[in-house]
Write a protein that binds this ligand. Structure first.
Ligand code: SR1
Length: 346
């Protein structure tokens, strides 16, 4: 009897062994060091509040798990000095790669070079570190702004009184701003009556306060270009509170399930947005880091393409969540950027 219990225990231990060994041995068929496992990567963020950044981190975490990467996330608070310290900490932790998500280039370039000098791979998302050894991930911000503004021109013609929400110094917003400038130049009938914007821990609320002041001073604004969903949410909050939502149209960037609820609400002034799935962008960033660690070249400019989402289309297709978008618009839910045969899709 004793022997058979022992036998059973031994047999079950042996049965578990391949699973345990498989985990410790990393990914079958993957290049070193992923074949052995134990890869550590840091994701150092500048902004961590808001739907976009939470979804980006969730996508990065999921892709890291699929690659058996130990991903440590350092949360930013829009504090350039803290972000530098966190990169130093990541270097000291002995990670194999660091993904830098947003930030101020001048505060980051030297510390990113320090990581490279220590043999650590670096990937930048939406912060231009201007280094040929650092791949840049972005959402094709020019295309994104063109899609959103193209819809604004389609809906409103080429002459209107506009409000513009912008904060300089963020790479994606600066790239979108280039298209705003081009659009105004090509359409002299567009009058930018007011410009405002804040990026902080409560961007939407701060933007709402500024929007109210902008509309009080410029009641003739009928179109607002707000190319960040926290900005658009703030503008909508303000126009709802001022009771002027029926007279205004908002064009934005980004999308989340909460945004879809706001866009499709009855009487919503938020009529279009151009967006990627931020979870996909997070996954792409991790894949780029993994390929660098494996000695592969993921490319220097890694672009995730946006899609235009209009209020009309979302309502017509009954889209209520980001998961609905993934299911109904494959171009939104997937990207082959930085993909490789050995990297499991997430
Ligand atoms: C303050 S920068 C905000 C932007 O970063 C990402 O690119 C998102 O698209 C968001 O609009």
């Amino acid at each position: 009897m004793k022997t058979s219990v022992l036998g059973l225990i031994t047999a079950s231990l042996l049965a578990c062994a391949p699973i345990a060994a498989g985990h410790a041995a990393g990914l079958a068929g993957a290049p070193a060091p992923f074949d052995k496992g134990g890869v550590k990567v840091a994701l150092v963020t500048f902004i961590s509040a808001g739907d976009f950044f939470q979804a980006y981190q969730a996508g990065a975490t999921k892709q890291a798990k699929a690659l058996d990467i130990d991903l440590q996330i350092f949360s930013g608070r829009q504090d350039a000095a803290a972000q530098r310290d966190q990169i130093e900490q990541a270097i000291n932790l002995g990670v194999q790669a660091i993904i830098i998500d947003h930030g101020q280039p001048e505060a980051l370039k030297d510390v990113a070079q320090k990581a490279l000098d220590a043999g650590i791979k670096v990937v930048a998302f939406d912060v231009n570190l201007d280094n040929p050894r650092i791949p840049q991930v972005e959402q094709s911000d020019h295309e994104l702004a063109k899609e959103s503004l193209g819809q604004a021109l389609k809906d409103n013609g080429t002459s209107f009184q506009a409000g513009y929400v912008y904060v300089a110094g963020f790479a994606p917003l600066d790239r979108r701003n280039e298209i705003w400038d081009e659009t105004k130049k090509a359409n002299p009938g567009i009058a930018e009556k007011a410009r405002w914007g804040t990026v902080n821990d409560t961007t939407a609320v701060s933007t709402a306060d500024q929007t109210k002041a902008a509309f009080q001073a410029n009641p003739d604004i009928t179109v607002v270009f707000a190319p960040y969903d926290e900005f658009a949410r703030g503008v909508k909050l303000a126009t709802d509170e001022l009771g002027i939502s029926s007279k205004v149209k908002i064009y934005s960037a980004d999308v989340s399930t909460a945004d879809i609820t706001e866009i499709t609400a009855e009487g919503s002034p938020w009529v279009a947005t151009a967006a990627t799935n931020p979870a996909v962008v997070g996954a792409v960033s991790v894949r780029a880091a993994a390929r660098l660690i494996a000695g592969e070249d993921p490319g220097h400019n890694i672009v995730v393409k946006p899609v235009l989402l209009t209020q009309e289309e979302l309502r017509k297709k009954g889209i209520k969540t980001v998961e609905d978008l993934d299911a109904k618009l494959p171009a939104f839910g997937q990207s082959d950027a930085a993909a490789a045969g050995w990297i499991p899709s997430n």
